[in-house]
Design a protein around this ligand. Structure first.
Ligand code: SF4
Length: 424
């Protein structure tokens, strides 16, 4: 049979609307010692949260009316601590997003101190399907060193309530915490598994500049385990979670069959997404960006070479709360050429268990050139970071999981050119 080969990856570069929606809620009870995310310590019931959340609902409605969210299938309310909004405000945001749209998945993030039965019931009623809980550890000393508000007892009762609510439950855990031992880590993992959680994300603690933790490390008050120890913890996580039936599907994510986060998979597979709220990031195709310019005419004119545009909302919390529409928001804008977009997709694909699938590898060869792509693939194989699949794709090895940044860096180097930056 003959016929023209259609590049399935290329189709993603021309979608005119975002297929996934992210809403950022930048409020927390207090700032954790290691946190460099956009989040502000805010008292429960603070009226600014209500005004901000109402603005998010308005922006979602406008984005949909403008065709920016046509056919979107997943949504994620992240933070910060969305559960701090309380049952009434958070469920209102969720119901605005879900109303009559038949979404496949709506996740909201929660922290144990503000996750109550009332909030879970209200969110289920509003259409949420999934909750991701920031547990981090079930060791009280480790939690206190991280500056978390909750203790292990509160984390367990929050997990228990979430599991009873009928939502799909994900649990965030952290390794490489000061004073964490192999035994305390194994204990955290096995207690979470014994509760019946079917999705776990495991992150190594990073010491970010300007955080309280960085100062404590500089002053010698805290000692963070070295990279080898953190790598041992990651290997232990894979073993314990694997024994409980959870399979790694992304560098930091483990799930039982049917429990992977569909929304997060969009980020790693070149599917356009729209992010709303302070610091929220969007990734649009060039066509989607032209649509966004119809409602935000101050956005800079795209360069003809752009096939993908990344936007980051730079409006602060009061500015978002005051926004009557998308045109009132400010964005940083980065345009990517087809070569840069292909390199970005290779880098993101390598984060996943399925790796760089043959369709993506084909697309990258056609866009960047077979010579440079194959030589980078060969180098990654020779370094033991990846292996070729029989179908012509590339998948990470165990060493590739542990030295991911090395592999992602080499793949991104295929982009060569410079990304164009501008702001409005
Ligand atoms: S709960 Fe999360 S977002 Fe909030 S301060 Fe702690 S680490 Fe940062």
């Amino acid at each position: 049979m003959t016929g023209e080969y259609v590049d399935p990856w290329d189709g993603r570069l021309h979608l005119e609307s975002a297929h996934a929606l992210y809403l950022h809620v930048p409020f927390c009870v207090s700032k954790c010692a290691y946190c460099d995310f956009t989040s502000y310590a805010t008292a429960e019931g603070d009226a600014r949260m209500g005004a901000y959340a109402s603005a998010l609902s308005r922006l979602v409605e406008e984005a949909e009316a403008a065709g920016l969210l046509e056919g979107f299938r997943t949504a994620y309310v992240g933070g910060g601590t969305p559960s701090l909004l309380g049952p009434e405000v958070l469920s209102h945001v969720i119901s605005t997003v879900c109303a009559g749209r038949g979404l496949s998945e709506l996740t909201f993030e929660a922290n144990p101190e503000s996750l109550t039965d009332g909030l879970l019931d209200a969110c289920v009623e509003a259409g949420a399907t999934r909750v991701s809980i920031g547990v981090q550890s079930l060791d009280d000393d480790e939690l206190s060193r991280l500056g978390r508000v909750h203790d292990s007892a509160r984390a367990i009762s929050a997990l228990d309530a979430a599991l009873r609510s009928g939502l799909d439950v994900s649990c965030d855990l952290m390794c490489g915490i000061p004073a964490q031992t192999g035994a305390s880590w194994a204990d955290t993992l096995s207690r979470v598994m014994s509760m019946g959680v079917r999705h776990v994300s495991v992150y190594p603690l990073m010491v970010e500049k300007g955080t309280r933790l960085a100062r404590s490390v500089e002053e010698g008050e805290e000692v963070v385990p070295d990279e080898d120890e953190a790598a041992d913890r990651m290997v232990e996580a894979e073993r314990v979670l694997g024994e409980a039936g959870l399979r790694r599907y992304e560098v930091a994510s483990y799930a039982d069959a049917g429990h992977a986060c569909i929304h997060n998979e969009a980020y790693w597979t070149g599917v356009p997404y729209l992010g709303l709220g302070t610091s929220a990031a969007s990734m649009l195709t060039a066509e989607g960006y032209l649509r966004a310019r119809l409602v935000c005419p101050d956005l800079p004119e795209p360069d003809p070479s752009w096939v993908r545009v990344r936007l980051s909302c730079t409006s602060d919390v009061p500015a978002v709360a005051r926004a009557r529409g998308l045109a009132d928001l400010a964005f940083d804008v980065e345009g990517l050429t087809s070569r840069e977009a292909a390199a970005e997709d290779l880098m993101l694909g390598a984060r996943m268990m399925v790796g760089i699938v043959p369709a993506l590898a084909y697309h990258a060869r056609a866009t960047i050139g077979g010579g440079p792509v194959d030589s980078t693939f060969s180098h990654l194989v020779s370094e033991g970071l990846a292996r070729m699949t029989p179908e012509g794709g590339l998948e990470p090895t165990e060493r590739g999981w542990l030295l991911g940044n090395e592999m992602y860096g080499e793949l991104w180097d295929l982009a060569e050119g410079t990304i164009a930056h501008s702001a409005r």
